[in-house]
Write a protein that binds this ligand. Structure first.
Ligand SMILES: Nc1ncnc2c1ncn2[C@@H]1O[C@H](COP(=O)(O)OP(=O)(O)O)[C@@H](O)[C@H]1O
Ligand SMILES: [Mg+2]
Length: 322
């Protein structure tokens, strides 16, 4: 359904060029959930902003992005608007950035229904109530009369998801959808997304800095570091047998969502590199416990090492080395 090939994103800044995304290739099939994981600043959001034609004006994308046969990188604003409104929906961390603060929830939902399905009046209201029920919002009639700030964070995120579902999208891009929520509510929102995926066969891209979030929802995982993919595989493989030292580091820092000490995260020592001055070798080398001299000389390409799995690391002996 969505195919990204060799996507590169550069930002022009006063201090030089920022290599935000470098040579990323990804695919999302219908009804599949792809998890994108990596520390803050690793290029997760900009990969999909570029794919949807939403880069800031100082950004430049190259590569190919194909959505069900339409090339999005070269597409006109009209084509992009149609696809973004009808086929691909986005959900962000902070619903307040997408909800209008001074407009009642009911009116906002009705507006989306009017634009996308030509519904108005009672029809729009009935549909809006049905959609709020669909995302398990209690007392939907009462919520329609409320302003976004009158809702809890969890309910606001449910309203966002309801809005995202209004157009019957084929793909939802959820960028840190649960990051601002406490653990219990986080789990409820992830349950809801799983339910949407299973009952409506909606593809989902789940972007998160927290590997714990994707465990119950993603089918496949792509791990990003410093603008590049460093490992890809099924969610089972990534959790049971991580093969890139960075994935291992992330996993060691990931408590389970149901762990009472959740939130007290250890972190991988060191800092991600400056994207304006990337060194020649592997970007993770300065933080890598398995680093070899060769890692500093040449950037390891992402290479397949087992069916459906790939990693950007020259070492195949992590078991023996650790
Ligand atoms: N408009 C911009 N100008 C310059 N740099 C930017 C701009 N937007 C994003 N970046 C940089 O691109 C990199 C990747 O950002 P992003 O994709 O948002 O990371 P993530 O979502 O993984 O946290 C970051 O270093 C960020 O500072
Ligand atoms: Mg982001």
């Amino acid at each position: 359904m969505l195919s990204i090939e060799n996507l590169t994103v550069r930002f022009a800044t006063q201090d030089g060029e920022v290599a935000a995304v470098s040579d990323v290739s990804l695919k999302v099939a219908k009804g599949e959930c792809l998890g994108i994981v990596g520390e803050s600043g690793s290029g997760k959001s900009q990969t999909f902003m570029a794919a949807l034609g939403l880069l800031a004006t100082n950004g430049q994308a190259s590569g190919r992005v194909d959505f069900s046969g339409t090339d999005l990188i070269g597409a006109s604003e009209d084509v992009l608007n149609t696809i973004r409104g009808n086929k691909i929906s986005m959900i962000f961390q902070d619903p307040m950035t997408s909800l209008t603060p001074h407009m009642k929830v009911g009116r906002q939902l009705a507006e989306v229904l009017r634009q996308h399905r030509g519904l108005s009046g009672e029809d729009a209201r009935t549909q809006a109530i049905a959609m709020l029920k669909r995302v398990h919002i209690p007392e939907p009639e009462r919520r329609l009369e409320m302003y976004p700030h009158e809702l809890s964070g969890g309910l606001r995120q449910r309203v966002m998801i309801a809005m995202a579902l209004m157009c019957g999208p084929e793909l939802i891009i959820a960028d840190e959808p649960t990051t601002a929520l406490d653990v219990t509510v986080q789990a409820q929102i992830l349950d809801l997304l799983r339910d949407v995926k299973e009952s409506m066969r909606t593809g989902i891209v789940l972007i998160t800095h927290d590997l714990g979030v994707i465990a119950g929802l993603a089918d496949r995982v792509a791990v990003m570091y410093a603008g590049r993919l460093v490992e890809t595989g099924t969610v089972r493989e990534i959790f049971a047998d991580p093969q890139h030292p960075y994935t291992r580091g992330l996993l060691a820092c990931t408590p389970r969502l149901d762990d009472p000490t959740y939130g007290a995260l250890p972190t991988i020592p060191g800092q991600p590199p400056n994207l304006q001055r990337l060194a020649a070798g592997c970007s993770f080398a300065p933080r890598c416990p398995f680093v070899l001299d060769a890692c500093l000389l040449e950037r390891p390409p992402l290479r397949p090492f087992a069916p459906g799995r790939a990693k950007a690391c020259i070492r195949d002996d992590l078991e023996r080395a650790s």
